[in-house]
Every structure is written in structure tokens, then in C-alpha cells.
Design a protein around this ligand. Structure first.
Ligand SMILES: [Zn+2]
Length: 189
């Protein structure tokens, strides 16, 4: 019977990156966010990672933990923003820049505005749920008195491949997981 149980963990076939400490550019911080996304996959979560930069240093690392915490707000960006606020000792993150592997959803776009982040840089645009350009431009709301800068496209192909491969392999896994059950049922009749 145990053989028919679907495996809980889908091994991540992608290695982590080794960003050069010498070049603290967009690539560097997005590669750190990518590595967080790998950690998410290894924890059996949708592979999305986030890093917050302050004064050229990564001060907060986080990955999506919705399943583990059973908390719909446990997106990588939300967790990273909380960590950064704890680090800075202030809810205002005016001098901070958020790097995230996928365009923020409505919740995370809202949190980025409420945290008064200087800038959000994301890798993969999300035309279905992205609220920093994909579906809506939350940061362009005319009544906002905070200006949030948004850029995208850093490490886009690599981050997209990771997310797409995760869902592709998940589908294969759940399809295969049903095969033994089907055979068991046949044997009972
Ligand atoms: Zn989100």
C-alpha cells in the first residue's frame, strides 16, 4: 500500500548559482533570489524567491512558504519585507530594493507600496496575477504619495524555466502517482 502513496517531495534538478561577491549588481541580487527559489523547490513549495538589498547588502532572504505554513500570505516578498523591517528597525523601507523571481501579486505589490520600498525588480512578468505591470500597475495609482520604481527582466529566462519546470514535473508526478492506485483498484475487482 505504501508504494501507491504519491511522493511528497519532487527533487529539484537545478543547481544553485554562485553569484560573484565582487559585482553587487542586479544580476548578483537576482541570483540570490533565484537561489531562494531553489530552496523553495527543495522544500516542496512553488519556486519563488526574494531578496531585499540595502546599502549594497542583502539584508533579507525569503522563499515562498504557503504550503508549509498553511498561510496564504506567506509569499516570498511578504516574508522578505518583514525580515527587512526587523533588520532596519522601521516599517519604512525607503532605501531598500526588493528582488523577486516573479512579478508580485496584488498582495505583495500592495505590501511593497505600504513598506515604501524604493524599487522592486522582478524577473518574470505575470500577465495573470502580476500587479506591477502584468494585470495592473498598482504603483501607478495616481493618489499614491509614495513613488515606487519598478524594473523587470533580470535573469528572466532562468527564473521562468525554474517555475515552469516545477509545474511540469508536478503534473507528471501526480499523473504517475495515480497509476498504482488504478492498478490496485483493478486487482480488487
Ligand atoms: Zn505575492
Amino acid at each position: 500500500m505504501e508504494d501507491s502513496q504519491p511522493r511528497a517531495l519532487l527533487p529539484c534538478p537545478y543547481p544553485k548559482l554562485f553569484p560573484s561577491q565582487l559585482n553587487r549588481d542586479d544580476q548578483f541580487f537576482m541570483q540570490l533570489a533565484y537561489n531562494q527559489a531553489i530552496d523553495a523547490w527543495r522544500a516542496d513549495e512553488t519556486p519563488i524567491g526574494a531578496v531585499i538589498e540595502f546599502n549594497g547588502e542583502p539584508i533579507a532572504h525569503a522563499f515562498n512558504r504557503v504550503d508549509a505554513t498553511k498561510d496564504p500570505t506567506a509569499h516570498a516578498e511578504m516574508l522578505a519585507i518583514t525580515k527587512a523591517a526587523n533588520f532596519i528597525g522601521d516599517w519604512r523601507l525607503n532605501e531598500c530594493r526588493l528582488y523577486v523571481t516573479k512579478e508580485p501579486c496584488p498582495m505583495c505589490a500592495g505590501a511593497s507600496i505600504m513598506a515604501r520600498l524604493k524599487e522592486v525588480v522582478f524577473a518574470v512578468p505575470d500577465p495573470k496575477m502580476g500587479y506591477l505591470g502584468g494585470v495592473l500597475e498598482a504603483h501607478a495609482t495616481p493618489s499614491l504619495n509614495h513613488r515606487l520604481n519598478v524594473r523587470s527582466g533580470i535573469l528572466e529566462d532562468q527564473c521562468r524555466e525554474l517555475i515552469q519546470a516545477y509545474f511540469r514535473l508536478k503534473r507528471v508526478q501526480s499523473k504517475n502517482a495515480h497509476v498504482p492506485n488504478a492498478i490496485d483498484e483493478d486487482q480488487l475487482t
